[in-house]
Design a protein around this ligand. Structure first.
Ligand SMILES: [Zn+2]
Length: 348
């Protein structure tokens, strides 16, 4: 079979190549790839900045935002041939830490978790892949290709859960939410907040085009420019850019008792001199900053439900580019109007 593979930490090593069929030890369910979404993590791995091959191997199959079709459900699963499925990304660490022991591997405390297509387990950018049945989520057939958005939806399903769990620390009646960054995660955040009784605002650099259109289609308000120029102090900010200046501005702008959820991952920023100023703003307004990454099985299940209850026409506009596997390098190059690019292996 063919697969998109990379030698982690070696820039320029990615290629679309012949690769052995997945070993039955990788899972009893055999799946045919339909599509795999690409994201910033894939770009970082291909640039040699991140990623780990499986133990004893030099190359890693890339890809963690999957959608596939069951070919062989194996001897012990409730799946049927033809079922659409998505593979869960993270696996608990082998120790396991207390969080992994109770199935909350997204909160792993010892860092020895593994992740498909990222850390020590092959990903989903291969014509065939395998999984244990307990790490597969069945996708409602009505979703079709939109099932490829399930993994990004898990990220925001967990982040929003974290925000409302954290909000229970005090009496809290949030009315306004600001989402910074109108990429796939930011837009899915806006979608999920728009179904609650909240005023939703999204801020991004794009002045025109699809991003403002998608935000306004949700009944939300679109902003460009500086956070400090907004004429309201948000009760919730979901930060999806990872840009230091945007994070610092978010912390200064959040309303009293507000909660900031950081989901973006960047580097560098505004320097240590600003940290005490930022911390003072947090102290004086009782603010809470919560980081959120990955998702556990509860979030994967809920994310599937969230997709089913969303407008499919709006969701389909998030998929802005479909590339063939042999053109994966083009897929990974960011273009101005991209929201979510997918690599399509077969028809849904
Ligand atoms: Zn753990």
């Amino acid at each position: 079979m063919k697969a998109i593979t990379v030698e982690p930490k070696k820039p320029g090593s990615a290629r679309y190549e012949d690769f052995p069929e997945p070993d039955v030890r990788e899972g009893s369910v055999l799946v045919e790839a339909v599509a795999v979404g690409v994201c910033g993590t894939d770009v970082e791995i291909v640039e040699g900045k991140y990623g780990w091959a499986p133990p004893g191997k030099t190359r890693l199959v890339l890809g963690h935002e999957s959608l596939g079709r069951v070919i062989d459900p194996g001897p012990s699963s409730s799946f049927k041939a033809g079922d659409l499925v998505v593979g869960i990304v993270r696996r608990p660490d082998p120790v396991p830490c207390p969080n992994c022991a109770v199935g909350e591997w997204d909160m792993c405390t010892n860092g020895q978790y593994t992740e498909r297509g990222i850390k020590e387990i092959h990903g989903f950018m291969s014509e065939h892949w395998r999984s244990e049945p307990e790490y597969l989520i069945k996708v409602d057939p009505s979703l079709g290709i939109l099932g490829v958005l399930l993994e990004p939806m898990t990220v925001i399903t967990k982040a929003i859960e974290q925000v409302f769990l954290a909000g229970q620390r005090a009496y809290w009646e949030p009315k306004t939410v600001l989402v910074t960054g109108a990429g796939p995660i930011g837009l899915l955040a806006a979608l999920r907040f728009s179904v609650r009784a909240l005023q939703v605002h999204v801020l991004d650099r794009a002045e025109t085009g699809l991003k403002p259109d998608l935000v306004r289609a949700l009944g939300a308000t679109y902003h460009t420019g500086r956070i400090s120029d907004l004429d309201f102090d948000p009760d919730i900010i979901v930060e999806c850019t990872g840009v230091g200046a945007v994070i610092a501005d978010s912390i200064k702008k959040i309303g009293s008792g507000g909660i900031i959820c950081l989901t973006g991952i960047g580097a560098g920023g505004t320097g240590a001199g600003a940290v005490a100023d930022v911390a003072a703003a947090v102290v004086l307004k009782n603010n809470l900053i919560v980081g959120s990454v990955n998702a556990n099985k509860r979030h994967w299940y809920r994310a599937g439900q969230n997709l089913i209850h969303s407008d499919p026409a709006w969701l389909s506009r998030l998929i802005t580019r479909r590339e063939k596997p042999e053109n994966f390098k083009t897929a990974l190059e960011r273009q101005p109007d991209d929201v979510k690019t997918i690599i399509q292996f077969s028809d849904v």
